[in-house]
Ligand binder design. Structure first.
Ligand code: TTP
Ligand code: MG
Length: 357
């Protein structure tokens, strides 16, 4: 039996911002273009759930958002921060499944068919995932459970934020019956309008249409939406093989400000990362450290080295020097080390031999 989870983070960009700034928690927050008192151009990337109550949403002009909710805190897009948070989350999710596919910065598919005994067990796994993301990352996510990627994705969106929605194979038909057609991935506002002209509002109504009618109206895409409306999807959860960065994190049993203890962990994690690089045949050019204080405030610092490097020493040295600015009275809950700008070792050899030639 196939069991797929789709995990999607709740209001991802604003939640990461609120994690770093507790004053923003529970308040309307908008990440996107500068509002300039309502005269700003550009759009909203995302709005916190509190801001959504005022009608603010992704892709809306920032000027309209400002009109709807001038009292919100408006923040610029800090992509580096969100990518870093995404990597942490994805790393945790990956550990729960046999096959993993990151679908965007804040969503992923997990194939748990061989580890989950049944849909009840899958629900329990989803609860464990939510708990871990909550306690370890201080972020919230919604999870859909289904017999394929399509149903899992639709399901994860039905009880946001913080929901778990389980749709077993025999529940799929009923689940889709009254679902608005626009909730099917791949059906946007334009198609939805055309469907409405044909008298089709729900996935159930779409599924009941004659396939030929949809194909003559929409071509091949008509066949896709007809299948999708019946919950049919044959796509596998595809592992992505490109590794962009490698990181390790350690949460201390007790929060600490002890330099020796912090250094020791950095050394261990650098060894560990170095082994992973070795086994993947990779070198790195950027190394960094990540510090999370007791209150979850999180800081990262990175340094790009002069050349592609390997071995734990370069990682340890860079991470320790970057750590210095965070040492003091404040206690640290979790420390992390990360390398990026990765290249295959062969490429490094080639550069060296080109250099020598
Ligand atoms: P989504 O998962 O679509 O949205 P979200 O996580 O903010 O909220 P939800 O709880 O409904 O899942 O997108 C993930 C991030 O991608 C989002 O936080 C910001 C970014 N994004 C944009 O920059 N522009 C957009 O139009 C959308 C939809 C998302
Ligand atoms: Mg999301």
């Amino acid at each position: 039996m196939k069991i797929i989870l789709h995990v999607d983070m709740d209001s991802f960009f604003t939640s990461v911002e609120a994690r770093n700034n507790p004053e923003l928690r529970g308040k309307p927050v908008v990440v996107g273009a500068e509002p300039k008192q309502g005269l700003g151009r550009g759009v909203v990337s995302t709005a916190s759930y509190e801001a959504r109550k005022f009608g603010v949403k992704s892709a809306m002009p920032i000027s309209i958002a400002y009109r709807l909710c001038p009292q919100a805190t408006y923040l610029p897009v800090n992509m580096t921060l969100y990518i870093e948070a995404s990597e942490q989350v994805m790393g945790r999710l990956r550990a729960y499944c046999e096959r993993f596919e990151q679908a965007s910065i804040d969503e992923a598919y997990l194939d748990i068919s061989s580890s989950a005994k049944d849909y009840e067990h899958a629900h329990k796994i989803a609860e464990d995932i939510q708990k871990e993301i909550n306690t370890e990352e201080n972020l919230s996510c919604s999870i859909g459970i289904g017999p394929n990627k399509l149903i899992a994705k639709i399901a994860s969106d039905t009880k946001k934020p913080g929901g778990i929605t389980k749709v077993s194979p025999h529940e799929a038909k009923e689940f889709l019956q009254n679902l608005p057609a626009i909730k099917i991935p791949g059906i946007g506002p334009k198609t939805n309008e055309r469907l409405q002209k044909l008298g089709i509002r729900t996935a159930g109504e779409l599924a009941a249409q004659a396939r030929e009618v949809l194909i003559s109206e929409f071509g091949k895409y008509g066949a896709y939406i007809h299948d999708a409306a019946q919950g049919k999807d044959w796509e596998e959860v595809e592992e992505s093989h490109e590794i962009k960065s490698i990181n390790r994190n350690t949460t201390f049993e007790k929060d600490t400000a002890d330099i020796a203890q912090l250094h020791k962990k950095i050394e261990e994690m650098a060894e560990d990362i170095s082994e992973s690089l070795e086994s993947e045949g990779l070198t790195f050019k950027t190394a960094g450290v990540r510090v999370r204080y007791s209150n979850f405030e999180t800081h990262t610092r990175e340094k790009t080295l002069k050349a592609q490097s390997k071995g734990p020493e370069a990682i340890t040295e860079t991470a320790k020097s970057l750590l210095q600015q965070f040492l003091g009275q404040r206690k640290i809950r979790q420390i992390g080390v990360r390398v990026s700008s990765l290249k295959p070792r062969k490429a490094m050899q080639r550069t060296v031999s080109e250099f020598l030639a």
